[in-house]
Design a protein around this ligand. Structure first.
Ligand SMILES: [Zn+2]
Length: 339
């Protein structure tokens, strides 16, 4: 029974997602704000329509200015993404048949960073398992949705998104660490990843970049290398997410000269330091966008609250290019036969 319909668009790409039938009742019974700009609960049914909102009502001018500045600086990083793409080795054909363990710090990273790559693998019936490390309870401030409800919401979004990528719920593992706390659980994280790797024996591991600004992303990266250390038959590739966000490279504590160096020099030198690979998203981009649309809590301002955290549209565009980028450390082992 169809109970929800979510409408939103990604840039000029309109999406009508009608797959939220599995959302639990406690989510559907939330006191949704009735707000012309954000969400409308239709009176005759339990259907909820959501349209994308770039700026929540009541947002200050300073916040908007800061967003514009981040977006402007983000275009520099986006141009570096173009360089990474142009200089990358195309592994579209060779990677599709490699079984794969996708490690995501948060529900959505696997879809944004590797959605098309996963779709390509699943189109060949290649085994893919997704591990989501944290529960997302701190992903936004809200007086409408409680942390426990947020956990459930993001879990359901992940299952729907993964089903769009061809990954069944049995192949999605939630480790349920609190987001923002992975640094305090490194031994446990390494232990559980080692167990999952030993059980699944994937040919590839995909994990977020060591240069992503979010601490959970960096910590999962570190845990993945430690867990895969003894497995000489595994290729470990990094997918960048917050790499493309200025906050990963600059901080207000640094001098302007240092900030400029960090933003204009460090990302490109980091890109060049790594082996670079690309996987063509075509013809799977529409399906990837559909999966991205399942993460309504991350791509829309779900409640219209000023403090709601969501991925900015200009950031989302980094994940709808016609290819996906992967990095490989040169100082780790080489597995030439797999590329
Ligand atoms: Zn994340």
């Amino acid at each position: 029974m169809l109970r929800h319909k979510v409408l939103w668009s990604l840039g000029s790409y309109p999406i009508e997602s009608s797959f939220h039938r599995n959302w639990p009742d406690k989510i559907t019974k939330l006191p949704w704000k009735v707000n012309g700009n954000t969400a409308t609960r239709l009176p005759s049914s339990k259907r909820v329509d959501i349209v994308p909102v770039l700026h929540a009502q009541g947002e200050s001018g300073i916040t908007k200015w800061a967003q514009m500045l981040r977006q402007t600086l983000g275009t520099v990083l986006s141009s570096y993404r173009g360089i990474a793409s142009m200089t990358a080795t195309d592994i579209t054909g060779t990677t599709a048949g490699n079984s794969c363990l996708v490690l995501a710090p948060h529900a959505d990273d696997e879809t944004f960073g590797c959605g098309a790559t996963i779709l390509r693998k699943r189109a060949l019936s290649t085994p893919v398992k997704v591990v989501i490390a944290t529960d997302g309870r701190h992903s936004t401030k809200s007086s409408i949705i409680s942390p426990d409800q947020l956990v459930e919401l993001r879990r359901q979004e992940a299952l729907v998104a993964c089903s769009h990528l061809g990954v069944e719920s049995d192949d999605v593992t939630f480790l349920n660490f609190e987001d923002g706390t992975l640094h305090a659980h490194l031994p446990d994280l390494v232990s559980v990843l080692s167990m999952l790797i030993e059980r699944f024996r994937p040919a590839e591991i995909l994990v977020t970049s060591s240069q992503d600004g979010h601490p959970d992303h960096r910590m999962l990266n570190k845990a993945a290398y430690e867990a895969a250390e003894s497995r000489t038959d595994i290729r470990l590739l990094e997918y960048p997410i917050w790499f493309w966000h200025p906050s990963s490279w600059i901080s207000r504590q640094e001098s302007p000269v240092s900030q400029a160096n960090n933003l204009f020099i460090r990302p490109i030198s980091e890109i060049m330091r790594m082996r670079r690979y690309r996987v063509q998203a075509h013809p799977y981009l529409p399906q990837k966008k559909e999966a991205m649309g399942a993460y309504a809590s991350q791509v829309t301002n779900l409640t219209g609250e000023v403090d709601w955290s969501m991925m900015a549209p200009w950031m989302l565009r980094n994940f709808t290019w016609n290819n996906e980028i992967f990095f490989e450390r040169r100082d780790w082992r080489t597995i030439d036969r797999m590329v």
